[in-house]
Design a protein around this ligand. Structure first.
Ligand code: MEV
Length: 423
């Protein structure tokens, strides 16, 4: 049988038919194909409305980080992630921060930027002025696309016009600044940008091309801070080690990338649990890390006059607590309820605090025993499961694996066989 991925009308097939096509194409067994068609907590019918060509849903571990005291309030933090040690790390670090009075996290206004690109502008600087002259008209038209947002106190707030030098010559770029309140806001600002494009064309004499949100959400910043008593974290030497670890990241983009990855471990785990656009968050964070023309760590660690450790994190966090994909998934609704957050601003503040705590956990581990010991224990458990260990066998197999010093799937299988033959 010919095997082609050119399948016209795949999207129109009912889900069981799509599963059958995938099964045939990939030579899946009945069991494997069944795994695809199985419904989880997110029903297949809901999933089918969320994206295209759905053949199943996908699960990841859902954990809850404890000990978080943020802005004087206690939070249990849902985290979805495949990586061991992250939830435990966040919980431990939250405890150290709690000993210092808890984390402080402050989000700015929820302003998103929508970009409108104008090309072939005869006189770019004159065009910039002509566009600014019509600011009120442009903002009013943008706001007419979303009366509900305006009623909620949000809406288009301001206009900025830039003249850019590009590889194909000068172009005019208009920024529409929109207070999106509790929405992530991409859809809202994209609609506004499309609506105002004709006025901008008329005013500039050029041609509007792109009308799209910018994921460099630098008007939607979160600043998180914590003081960690030196005795809570293991003494002066550990504090010094963490500052040196941070300084390494400040001096070297190779290290800064991994440093920031550790921060995003926490932020993205909460983002997944609460149904956010994780790619937008990652793109925004890394662009912000490079805002001074060089890739830098998003956090800073220093010692205060008392010898305690002080951490500060600053990054854009564009998230929503309202919106289709968040409300349609029962698990994301549940996460928001567990968190008890009422607004997107509060959710962003929690995420910033989790990012800072996660960074602290990683730096402490790296600057002391290294991360492999803790990691390997959990990795061994995953291998034990992969080798087919039952829940009552997992810990025994994992322990023997770690002791053996050969943490591989083959070794896990060998240990499991041994264990079963001894029983
Ligand atoms: C691993 O997922 C994250 C770390 O690499 C972060 C870091 O190095 O700071 C441990």
């Amino acid at each position: 049988m010919s095997r082609t991925s050119r399948i016209p009308g795949f999207y129109k097939l009912p889900i069981p038919e799509r599963v059958r096509v995938v099964k045939e194409f990939a030579g899946l067994t009945d069991e494997e194909a069944e795994l695809l068609g199985k419904t989880g907590r997110l029903g297949l019918d809901v999933a089918d409305k969320m994206i295209e060509n759905v053949v199943g849903t996908f699960e990841l571990p859902y954990g809850v980080a404890v000990n978080f005291l943020i802005n004087g309030r206690d939070y249990l933090v849902p985290m979805v992630i495949e990586e061991p040690s992250v939830v435990a790390g966040a919980s431990n670090a939250a405890k150290w921060c709690r000993d210092g009075g808890g984390l402080v996290s402050i989000a700015s206004e929820q302003i998103m930027v929508s970009q409108i690109q104008v090309i072939k502008v005869p006189s770019p600087h004159t065009a910039a002025v002509r566009i600014l002259e019509r600011k009120k008209e442009i903002l009013d038209l943008a706001n007419s696309t979303n009366e509900i947002l305006v009623k909620l106190g949000g809406g288009a707030r301001d206009l900025e016009v830039r003249v850019l030098d590009s590889p194909v010559g000068k172009m005019v770029v208009v920024h529409l600044l929109v207070d999106v309140r509790d929405a992530m806001g991409a859809n809202i600002v994209n609609t506004m940008a499309e609506a105002v494009a004709p006025i901008i064309e008329e005013a500039s004499g050029g041609r509007v091309l792109l009308r799209i949100v910018s994921n460099l959400a630098d008007r939607r910043l979160v600043k998180s801070w914590a003081r960690v008593p030196k005795d809570s974290i293991g003494g002066e030497e550990v504090v010094e080690g963490i500052v040196y670890a941070w300084a390494f990241a400040a001096a070297d983009p190779y290290r800064a990338t991994t440093h920031n990855k550790g921060i995003m471990n926490g932020i993205i785990a909460v983002a997944l649990a609460t149904g956010q656009d994780t790619r937008a968050l990652e793109a925004g964070a890394h662009a912000y890390a490079a805002r001074r023309g060089r890739y830098e760590p998003l956090s800073t660690w220093e010692v205060d006059g008392n010898g305690d450790l002080v951490g500060y994190l600053e990054l854009p966090i564009a998230v929503g607590t309202v919106g289709g994909s968040i409300r349609s998934n029962p698990m994301t609704r549940l996460s928001l309820k567990i968190l008890g957050v009422k607004t997107a601003k509060e959710l962003a503040e929690v995420m910033g605090a989790v990012g800072l705590a996660q960074n602290l956990a990683a730096l402490r581990a790296l600057a002391t025993e290294g991360i492999q010991r803790g990691h390997m224990k959990l990795h061994a458990r995953q291998l034990a499961l992969a080798a087919g260990a039952r829940p009552d066998e997992v810990d025994v197999v994992a322990e023997e694996l770690v002791k053996s010093g050969r943490i591989t799937l083959e070794k896990a299988q060998e240990i499991l066989e041994g264990l079963r033959s001894r029983r």
